[in-house]
Write a protein of this length. Structure first.
Length: 385
């Protein structure tokens, strides 16, 4: 068995938690152990220094992210740490990032971000229409200046999280964000944690939403696919080396408010107990075998594109390698619709693909997906052979 560490990643993405506090209470929040603790500037400086002392080999991009809670509740600290880093570490590979709920930005904050927009990217959490967003995220839609994000970072698509309640409006929410003018949707994620996604009788709801998205994307093949619909199913047709699919413990180091380091922004005291964290710290994060699900690899063609979160796997199953199987039906149905999209695109405008090799592997993947899953889900699909 050939394995690699962190796949082919050349990015180093450390995260600094500037505060545990948040001004919202989202329905799907997985942080169980919230507090009002915040980071000091002295601690933040030590984290920055540690980051630049421990840059992995072959790193081509360095992205320092600020996180919370709601990170912009500590806007003054973020500015201080930005200035400290820029004044002390002149590295062309470096840029900054933060995901925000967008509700706390003052005019002064907006002016600062606009000034530094080429070096500091601000991503917005936006779950769709006002109705959906208000349900998921504490009636906060009207507090967000969406045009500000569009003007400064049009290619930094929002991060969308799907809750059990908002699943039946998935297509409308994705289309709404496209129609706002964002060039991409960089995150379409099903809520992590102990959720029961989905019972068999509910799969029809998801399928109906996917059919609506299929028709929307098929009307204009130049529309940038969202993260969910844009999975590269061609990878399912080739036999590549096996590797860890995220940088947990190596390239996604997380610094908590007290400066202590953890494997990633999911595996922290905000989510896990002290006993769990002590067990996790004993693991060798360079051993990718600890993160590979043998059963899924041997039995499912979707293994190369199944984006399960290692931290969420541990939260639900007590092991990084044991993937959350409750979502298997969902991902298989999604793959069927992605395959149908590429059938339409190949038949209509094959010139839009990179090269003949990509088309070849797409066709092979389409055959595999249809042969493996179509009959099992034919009763809930909204298109026919």
């Amino acid at each position: 068995m050939n394995t690699k560490i962190d796949g082919l990643s050349t990015s180093f993405s450390p995260t600094i938690c500037v505060t545990h506090s948040c001004n919202l209470s989202c329905v799907y929040c997985y942080q169980r152990n919230k507090s009002v603790d915040s980071m000091s500037f002295q601690t933040g400086k030590k984290c920055i220094d540690d980051i630049f002392l421990n840059i992995p080999e072959n790193t081509k991009n360095i992205e320092i992210s600020f996180i919370g809670g709601e990170p912009l509740l500590k806007m003054d600290l973020i500015k201080e740490l930005f200035d400290y880093t820029m004044n002390n570490y002149h590295d062309k590979r470096l840029h900054f990032f933060a995901t925000t709920n967008g509700t706390t930005l003052s005019l002064e904050d907006k002016a600062w971000f606009s000034k530094h927009k080429d070096k500091f990217i601000l991503g917005l959490s936006l779950d769709g229409t006002k109705e959906t967003h208000d349900y998921n995220r504490s009636n906060s839609f009207d507090l967000i200046d969406i045009p500000f994000f569009l003007e400064n970072w049009p290619f930094q698509g929002p991060k969308m999280t799907i809750s059990m309640k908002t699943l039946e409006h998935l297509a409308d929410n994705i289309i709404y964000i496209h129609e706002l003018g964002f060039k991409e949707i960089n995150g379409v994620n099903f809520a992590e944690g102990e959720f029961e996604w989905l019972k068999r009788e509910e799969l029809g709801k998801l399928s109906k939403q996917l059919k609506q998205l299929l028709d929307y994307y098929s009307e204009d093949f130049d529309i940038k696919l969202d993260q969910m619909f844009g999975k590269h199913i061609e990878f399912c047709a080739s036999l590549g080396e096996r590797y860890k699919t995220c940088g947990i413990g190596t390239r996604t180091i997380f610094y908590d408010v007290d400066g202590k380091k953890y494997p990633c922004s999911f595996v922290t005291p905000l989510t896990f107990s002290e006993d769990d964290l002590n067990e996790i710290k004993k693991l060798d994060f360079c051993d990718s075998r600890l993160f590979l699900d043998e059963y899924c690899n041997d039995n499912c063609i979707l293994y190369p594109i199944c984006g399960t979160c290692s931290g969420a796997n541990y939260l639900v199953n007590g092991a990084f390698s044991q993937r959350n199987k409750s979502r298997c039906d969902m991902y298989k149905i999604i793959s069927i619709y992605i395959a149908e999209y590429h059938i339409r695109k190949i038949m209509t405008c094959p010139e839009k693909y990179e090269d003949d090799n990509q088309v070849y592997f797409l066709i092979e993947a389409i055959k595999k997906i249809r042969d493996s899953f179509y009959n099992d889900y034919k009763d809930v699909l909204y298109f026919s052979d």
